[in-house]
Design a protein around this ligand. Structure first.
Ligand SMILES: [Fe+2]
Ligand SMILES: [Fe+2]
Length: 296
């Protein structure tokens, strides 16, 4: 008789949390001791981002810059990238606090303690880089529109936001931690961030899929349509934050606002946004959260 073995059941968020908590303890790091901050950095003299990841790459504003200008822009663009990540982590930490104990079980709650600890350290790390070398963290405004939610919709919305900030950022972290041609402090921060984010992303993907499967089938069609429209808009708005005219001005670009508009409209930049978003959008489509690729 042929033995038919059932495929292994997928790991639940509860089982996954236990495993991730163990990994977080094993990889515990100290934000106040583990990073060797150089006394100063050479703005205009070294690369801080992989050139292809600089937001204006391939646009006329980029072409008009000499090598020093491009390197200088890579510094301010990195400060913007770290600033927008930090600003994405602030509401994340707030929302994670709300998910503990009452809303989630003991294993998930235990992992959220690690998640919070790691996000707090990320904010310290990004804040330190920006303040130390640029003298500031760029401001970021995200409008919070109060609304009433269907059952489970608020949690689904929250974990969608978490995944967007973490997955877009992680693409950059992974590319830059490997790039030996950029400043060592930039590589190091990208490496540290990715090491923690790899766990956050797998956790967020699992928990969001579970929440979606539990709640979405019970929603009215207009709730589903509303959420999908919101998601597409939120993803686009998150991308817009990568193009910061204040950073362009600091880098010495004369028509900073026009440079931003040109990059948002340029086909090469749209291709870049689609490439970076691909894994995330595939996940949204595979889970049924989205029905089609949104315009970026
Ligand atoms: Fe983070
Ligand atoms: Fe994270």
């Amino acid at each position: 008789m042929n033995a038919i073995t059932a495929p292994p059941a997928p790991e639940t968020s509860t089982q996954l949390s236990t495993r991730l908590s163990r990994a977080s303890v094993k990889k515990l790091w100290n934000v106040y001791g583990d990073i060797a901050w150089p006394e100063s950095v050479d703005i205009g003299g070294e690369w801080f981002m992989t050139p292809e990841l600089v937001s204006l790459y391939g646009t006329p504003a980029w072409d008009a810059l000499d090598e020093t200008g491009r390197k200088r822009l890579s510094f301010y663009d990195l400060v913007n990238f770290f600033s927008l990540t930090l600003h994405g982590e602030r509401p994340l930490v707030q929302g994670l606090c709300n998910q503990m104990y009452a809303r989630q079980n003991a294993e998930v709650t235990e992992y959220i303690h690690h998640f919070l600890d790691e996000e707090n350290k990320h904010m310290v790390m990004f804040g330190e880089f920006c303040s130390r070398y640029a003298g500031k963290v760029y401001a970021q405004k995200k409008l919070v529109v109060p609304k009433t939610y269907a059952k489970g919709e608020e949690d689904v919305t929250f974990f969608i936001k978490v995944l967007i900030v973490e997955e877009l950022g992680d693409y950059y972290n992974v590319m830059m931690q490997r790039d030996a041609s950029i400043a060592p402090i930039s590589r190091e921060i990208n490496r540290i961030h990715h090491a923690d984010e790899a766990r956050h992303i797998i956790f967020g993907r699992r928990l969001l899929a579970e929440l979606w499967n539990e709640h979405a089938p019970k929603w009215q069609p207009e709730t589903l349509t509303g959420l999908r429209t919101w998601l597409a808009g939120y993803l686009k708005a998150s991308w817009n934050d990568f193009y910061n005219p204040t950073a362009y001005k600091d880098a010495g670009i004369a028509d900073a606002y026009d440079a931003r508009q040109a990059a948002l409209a340029a086909e090469c930049c749209r291709e870049h946004r689609r490439r970076v978003s691909r894994k995330l959008v595939d996940y949204f489509i595979d889970t049924g959260i989205l029905e089609a690729e949104p315009a970026l």
